[in-house]
Design a protein around this ligand. Structure first.
Ligand code: GLU
Length: 419
């Protein structure tokens, strides 16, 4: 039985340990390391709103801009009750490396509000969102800092953000990506992260002369990332044998019809009771420990840790979530020979989709779906090629190599600016 995380590694500390390892290999000097391991700007705002009963409620919000040497800051805004400054810093830093690895002209940022969005009415959530945008209005802009969805936020929230910013600055669709399609969002952004996860999984396996067809997949987390990763892996003929969310795991050893499962969840609001499959509560079974070829953790960070890593049986782990594996667990899995595709490469399809949306917004132009799918595959394949080359050159794993590629590109840009 998998246990909760007993150790306490700070998320920003964990990311910086990887940055420092890459800096060692690249021979980057101490003064530049400081630039790469600190955030450019860390903002904390107090967000008072009036709730539906007319009472005052105050929330805490953050926007952290980690590094902008390669372009405008870019990153999502997370609404979650466990959001804190250290976590937002770690996620902002991951965005810097992610954008560099897929070679899009953005720096890294992240935002968050410490709130459980499920406990707020739609009116309260909208008021909170508008207050947040108003509080950070001088930091953001279509060429300064562009927000996007993350955990607990969605296209609807992005639409409110665009409107709140537009009230102050006029029509500016490029201020935020992942918007509703009716507001110059793109239909492709919605599943871009999950599609990118599936594309990179296929490419990584092909590079090892293995093929996706018939391989067993377990997806932990069935939100935007997990559900579309499962769907596209299923469409690429992998066998998705289990998916889980906070309420439990649905499984079928012969493979789930993910298309139908998504429709079922939409209609019933639960995975439980899906026809011809079994269901277990979180206390009865943990999806992370199931026998499979490919495990896709696609929910919160640090879910695989020293206390439960020995139960993991997958041969491949594709990090749909940001930071799902603690450094200790990562060491253990690497020693065991598990192939780990790190978050900054595996889930970068989301920000690549955002980049496509931003490009269309600033040009007031629309692309075809087929064109953006092809482009996404090109960006993901190019990222893997660069990372594989670094892995071979230094004899290191994908995570170390991804950091080497990202850190090197940011370092080169900083040096070229004369920093
Ligand atoms: N929140 C997503 C991520 O962590 C997407 C960010 C974006 O599209 O800007 O990559």
């Amino acid at each position: 039985m998998i246990q909760p995380n007993p150790t306490k590694v700070t998320p920003f500390g964990a990311v910086n340990a990887s940055v420092n390892r890459a800096a060692d290999l690249l021979g980057i000097k101490e003064n530049y390391r400081r630039l790469l391991t600190t955030c450019w700007r860390e903002t904390k705002v107090s967000l008072p709103i009036t709730d539906d009963k007319g009472e005052l409620r105050v929330y805490e919000g953050y926007r952290v801009q980690h590094n902008g040497v390669r372009g405008p800051y870019k990153g999502g805004v997370r609404y979650h009750p466990e959001v804190d400054l250290d976590e937002v810093k770690s996620l902002a830093s991951l965005m810097t490396w992610k954008c560099a690895i897929v070679n899009i002209p953005f720096g890294g940022a992240k935002g968050g509000i410490c709130v459980d969005p499920a406990k707020l009415s739609e009116r309260e959530l909208q008021a909170l969102t508008r207050r947040f945008v108003n509080s950070i209005k001088t930091m953001i802009g279509p060429y300064k800092d562009i927000m996007a969805p993350d955990m607990g936020t969605n296209p609807k929230v992005m639409g409110w953000m665009m409107d709140a910013y537009g009230q102050l600055n006029g029509y500016s669709p490029a201020i935020v990506t992942g918007k509703p399609v009716t507001l110059e969002g793109t239909p492709d952004r919605l599943d871009a992260t999950g599609l990118g996860v599936a594309m990179i999984t296929r490419r990584v396996m092909e590079a090892r002369k293995e093929f996706l067809s018939g391989k067993t997949v377990v997806v932990q987390g069935f939100g935007n990332v997990g559900s579309f990763a499962a769907l596209h892996l299923h469409r690429m003929s992998a066998k998705v044998i289990a998916v889980s969310d906070v309420n439990g795991t649905v499984f079928d050893k012969d493979g789930l019809d993910v298309e139908k499962l998504m429709a079922y969840l939409e209609a019933k609001k639960t995975l439980a009771g899906f026809p011809h499959a079994e269901f277990a509560l979180p206390g009865e079974l943990n999806a992370l420990g199931l026998e499979c070829d490919i495990l896709v953790p696609a929910a919160l960070g640090h879910v695989i840790h020293a206390g439960n890593v020995e139960a993991v049986k997958a041969r491949y782990i594709i990090e749909g979530a940001n930071g799902p594996i603690t450094p200790e667990a990562d060491d253990y899995l690497n020693r065991k020979g598990v192939i780990i595709v790190p978050d900054i490469m595996a889930n970068a399809g989301g920000v690549v989709g955002s980049y496509f949306e931003w490009c269309q917004n600033i040009q007031m132009h629309h692309w075809e779906r087929s064109e953006s799918k092809l482009e996404l595959d090109k960006f993901m394949s190019a990222a893997l090629a660069g990372v594989s080359q670094a892995a071979n050159k230094y004899g290191i794993n994908y995570r170390e190599a991804a950091f080497v590629v990202g850190v090197d590109r940011v370092y080169q840009a900083a040096a070229a600016r004369g920093h």
